[in-house]
Design a protein. Structure first.
Length: 730
C-alpha cells in the first residue's frame, strides 16, 4: 500500500481542526438532521450483519451529507494496513486503484481527524481525474482509543461539503462506532466458530454449510463440483511413536501445505482428526484428480522435522467424488468421497482414487458381487465353492436322515445375536433351485430377533409363527407356506442358535418324521452343528483363495497359448504409460500387478469359444462378456503381496460413450485406471496373433485406436498413448 500520491505537507494542510460538538444555535438550525442522528443508533442496532449495517449507514448518511461516491476501509491487524471493505459508485478500474494504491486510506490512520481534500490543493491532480471527483472528505472511525477504519466521501464539484455537513457526519460516525465495534467482535467470534484453532483451516461446521452452498451454486450454474476427502496415512502410529505434540505439528504443516498447493477458489477444511476435505468448485473428476495428485506429491515430498534434527516423511490417501455425475446430495457426495478414500487405504495408501459405482464398503462389495453365474462353469471358483457348499450339504443331510420322505423343502436359519446377523440356508421346491450362494447373510431385524427368542422348543409352527417367519425371509414367496412346517432348534453357543424348518407334504410324513426323530433330537442336533460348521468354513476359505489365486496365475499360462505373452506385454505397456503420465510409483506398481489378473476370467470359458476361428454368435459373445466379472471375483482373493486394481479389472471393457460392459459406464464415470488398461490391452491384442486373425503392425493398431477415441477410448489418454508408442518409449 503506497502513500506517494500526496506529500505529508499537502495532507497536513487539508486536515480540519474542528470539533464534532455543535453549539445549541447550530443544533436548532439543523433540527431535521439532529433527529436523524438521534434515530441512527437504534436504526443500525437492528442488524447483526456488518455488511448490511454498512449498507444501511450509507443510505442513512445520504440524508445528511451530499456525497456522490463513497468508500469504507477498515484496519487489518495481520497485514497492519487499511483494507477496502465497501464502495459504491466506482468503476472496476477505479475500485482496483482504491484497493492496490489506497491513496487516502493511510492518511486516516496518520492524522486521526477529518480531512477535506480539494483538487486545487494538491500537485497530483490526475488521481482526482482518474477517480472522477473534485473534492474528497475523509472521516476516521475509532473505538477503544484506536483508529479502526475510515469513511471516504467524494463529490464531483468543489465546495460541496460544508463545515456543518462535516460536523454532522462525524457525529453520526461517532454514534455508530459502538455498533461497528460490537459487529466486529461478533464477526471475530463467528470466525473462531468456523476456524480450526490448530491448523487455521475452516472446521467441520463451516464445511457442512459451505458444501450445501457450493452444491446450490453448481446446480444454478450447471457446473461440476468435486470433493476431496484426505487422510494422513498411519497417523495413529506416528502419534504413538513420536508423541501427540509431534502429531499436532504435522497437522499444522499439512494445514499450510494444502492451501499452498490448492487454488484460491477451493475451500479447505479440517474435517476431523487427521482427515481433511477440499471443495473444488467448477471441477470435473479429471481436474480433481490432477489437483489431488499435486497435493499428494507435495505432502509426500515434504520433510517433517521431529526432535533432534530428525526428519520424517508422511503420505496422504485421497478419495474423490464429483457432483452431479456421482452424487445427488451433499451427504451422498461426502459418503462416496469417503468410500473412495477407504478404497485408497485398502489398495495400499498414498494414492488418489476417483469414486466409481463398484467402490462401496467391503461388506457391500461382498454381498453385491458374490455368486456370478454364467453359462460355462468357472472351474476355479466352482472348485473353491464346492469345498463348503452348505446348500448342497443341507440337501444331502435331509436325504440321509429321511431317505423315505423324498425331496422336501427345507430351511435352516441361524441367529447370531452378538453380531446381529442371521444366516439362511434353504432349498425351495417351487423354483427347483437353491440360493446362488452357499448361504445368505441377512441383518437381524429387531422383530425377528424378538420372535426368535421363543424358538426354544421343537414343534410344528402355528399359523401366527408361520406369518412371523414369512414376513422376515427374503424371497419368502418361493416357499410353500400352505404346508405344515416342523421346527427343530439347537443352541450352538451362548449367542448363536440354529433352527431347522422342514416343509411337510402329507400328513403321514409327520409320523415318519416322528419316527426318525429320537427323544433327545441327537440326529437333528448333529445336522444343525454340521451345517453351522460349513458356514464357518466358508467364511474362512478366503485365506485359501488368496493362495490359490497366486497359483492360478501360473496355471493360466498353460491354459491359453497366447495368454502368457499377452499379460507380459500389457504389463510393460502399463509400466511405461504410467511413467509417461507421471503417475505415482504405487499406482504404477498396481497397474503392473493388474496385468496378470485382469483376463483370468477367460480361463473359465470353453476353449471352443476362445480359440474359435470364426465370428462369435450372440450366446458366445455374452459368455465372453462375463470374464471381467469373473476376473474381478478372482482378483478379490489375490495374495496380500499382489495388489491388482479391482476397478480397472471390472471396467476395462467399458466404452467412453457408454456402450461397453458390464455396467455401461461412460466418460469420467469409468475409473481412470480402467481407461488406461483398456488402451494397453487393446494395443497388445491388436499387435498379437489370434486364432481368428493375424497381428497388426504398430501403425495399423494406432490408426485403429485413434479412430475409436471418444467412442471406445478416452480421447485425452488416447492421444497420450499414441504419442508414447510413436516416440518408441514403450
Amino acid at each position: 500500500m503506497t502513500t506517494t500520491f500526496f506529500s505529508e505537507a499537502e495532507m497536513a494542510s487539508c486536515a480540519l481542526d474542528i470539533s464534532p460538538d455543535l453549539t445549541s444555535e447550530t443544533l436548532q438550525k439543523n433540527t431535521k438532521s439532529v433527529n436523524l442522528l438521534l434515530k441512527a443508533p437504534i436504526y443500525f442496532a437492528t442488524s447483526y450483519d456488518k455488511n448490511l449495517t454498512i449498507e444501511m449507514f450509507v443510505s442513512f448518511a445520504r440524508k445528511i451529507i451530499p456525497y456522490k461516491k463513497i468508500a469504507f476501509c477498515m484496519w487489518d491487524e495481520p497485514t497492519n494496513s487499511m483494507n477496502l471493505v465497501f464502495q459504491r459508485g466506482f468503476t472496476d478500474p477505479q475500485v482496483n486503484l482504491l484497493k492496490t494504491h489506497a491513496p487516502f486510506s493511510t492518511w486516516v490512520h496518520t492524522f486521526e481527524k477529518p480531512l477535506l481534500i480539494r483538487e486545487i490543493d494538491v500537485q497530483r491532480q490526475d488521481i482526482f481525474q482518474t477517480l472522477g471527483f473534485a473534492e474528497a472528505l475523509i472521516i476516521p472511525v475509532s473505538w477503544e482509543g484506536k483508529i479502526r477504519g475510515g469513511w471516504q466521501l467524494f463529490a464531483p464539484k468543489p465546495n460541496t461539503f460544508s463545515l456543518n455537513d462535516i460536523q454532522l457526519f462525524w457525529i453520526l460516525t461517532m454514534q455508530c462506532e459502538l455498533i461497528f465495534q460490537n459487529l466486529t467482535k461478533r464477526e471475530q467470534i463467528q470466525k473462531l466458530a468456523i476456524v480450526d484453532s490448530l491448523t487455521g483451516l475452516y472446521n467441520r461446521r463451516f464445511f457442512d454449510s459451505q458444501l450445501k452452498k457450493e452444491i446450490d451454486r453448481s446446480q444454478r450454474n450447471n457446473a461440476p463440483l468435486s470433493l476431496l476427502m484426505i487422510d494422513i496415512d498411519d497417523f495413529k502410529h506416528f502419534n504413538d511413536q513420536y508423541s501427540h505434540q509431534a502429531g499436532d505439528y504435522v497437522l499444522r504443516e499439512i494445514g499450510s501445505i494444502l492451501p499452498g498447493n490448492a487454488r484460491t477458489v477451493d475451500t479447505i477444511c479440517r474435517y476431523g482428526g487427521e482427515e481433511f476435505s477440499i471443495i473444488l468448485p467448477s471441477t470435473d473428476p479429471v481436474g480433481a484428480f490432477l489437483i489431488s495428485e499435486r497435493l499428494r506429491k507435495a505432502a509426500e515430498s515434504h520433510s517433517y522435522l521431529i526432535e533432534h534434527n530428525k526428519y520424517v516423511h508422511l503420505t496422504l490417501s485421497i478419495g474423490i467424488a464429483c457432483y452431479p455425475q456421482m452424487a445427488t446430495t451433499d451427504s451422498d457426495l461426502v459418503r462416496k468421497a469417503d468410500n473412495a478414500l477407504y478404497e485408497a487405504k485398502r489398495l495400499g495408501k498414498n494414492r488418489s482414487i476417483i469414486f466409481s459405482p463398484q467402490i462401496t464398503t467391503t461388506k457391500q462389495l461382498d454381498d453385491s458381487k458374490q455368486g456370478i453365474s454364467i453359462g460355462t462353469v468357472d472351474f476355479f471358483m466352482e472348485g473353491i465353492r464346492s469345498l463348503t457348499d452348505v446348500s448342497r450339504l443341507l440337501t444331502s443331510l435331509m436325504h440321509i436322515i429321511f431317505p423315505k420322505l423324498g425331496k422336501m423343502e427345507s430351511l435352516y436359519l441361524e441367529i447370531d445375536r452378538k453380531d446381529r446377523h442371521a444366516f439362511l440356508v434353504s432349498e425351495s421346491c417351487q423354483t427347483n433351485t437353491m440360493l446362488s450362494e452357499p448361504y445368505k447373510k441377512i441383518p437381524l431385524a429387531t422383530p425377528l430377533q424378538g420372535a426368535s427368542t421363543g424358538w426354544d422348543t421343537s414343534k410344528a409352527l402355528t399359523l401366527e409363527e408361520k406369518q412371523q417367519l414369512r414376513s422376515f425371509l427374503p424371497d419368502s414367496a418361493c416357499y410353500s407356506w400352505e404346508k405344515s412346517i416342523y421346527r427343530h432348534c439347537h443352541r450352538l453357543s451362548a449367542n448363536r442358535q440354529g433352527s431347522l424348518f422342514i416343509f411337510l407334504d402329507e400328513e403321514h410324513h409327520e409320523q415318519q418324521l416322528s419316527d426318525a426323530y429320537t427323544n433327545d433330537g441327537f440326529r437333528f442336533n448333529e445336522m444343525i452343528s454340521l451345517i453351522s460348521e460349513g458356514i464357518t468354513m466358508h467364511q474362512q476359505q478366503r485365506s485359501f483363495c488368496r493362495l490359490a489365486a497366486h497359483k492360478l496365475i501360473a496355471l493360466s499360462e498353460t491354459a491359453l497359448p497366447y495368454f502368457k505373452h499377452h499379460s507380459s506385454q500389457v504389463s510393460r505397456l502399463l509400466t511405461d504409460f504410467a511413467e509417461a503420465l507421471d503417475l505415482s510409483e504405487d499406482m504404477a506398481n498396481t497397474l503392473t500387478d493388474t496385468a496378470y489378473f485382469y483376463d483370468l476370467g477367460l480361463i473359465s470359458i470353453s476353449h471352443d469359444i476362445l480359440l474359435k476361428d470364426a465370428p462369435l454368435n450372440a450366446r458366445e459373445r455374452k459368455i465372453c462378456e462375463q470374464h471381467p466379472l469373473l476376473s474381478w471375483e478372482i482378483a478379490k482373493f489375490s495374495p496380500k503381496a499382489v495388489d491388482p486394481d479391482k476397478n480397472a479389472i471390472l471396467h476395462h471393457h467399458e466404452c467412453f460413450d457408454g456402450s461397453g460392459y458390464p455396467d455401461h459406464l461412460s466418460g469420467s464415470d469409468i475409473p481412470l485406471t480402467a481407461r488406461i488398461l483398456a488402451l494397453a490391452d487393446t494395443y497388445a491384442a491388436m499387435t498379437s496373433s489370434r486364432p481368428y486373425r493375424s497381428a497388426m503392425t504398430a501403425n495399423q493398431a494406432l490408426k485403429e485406436i485413434s479412430s475409436l477415441a471418444g467412442s471406445r477410448f478416452d480421447p485425452v489418454l488416447t492421444q497420450e498413448f499414441c504419442s508414447l508408442i510413436k516416440a518408441g518409449h514403450a
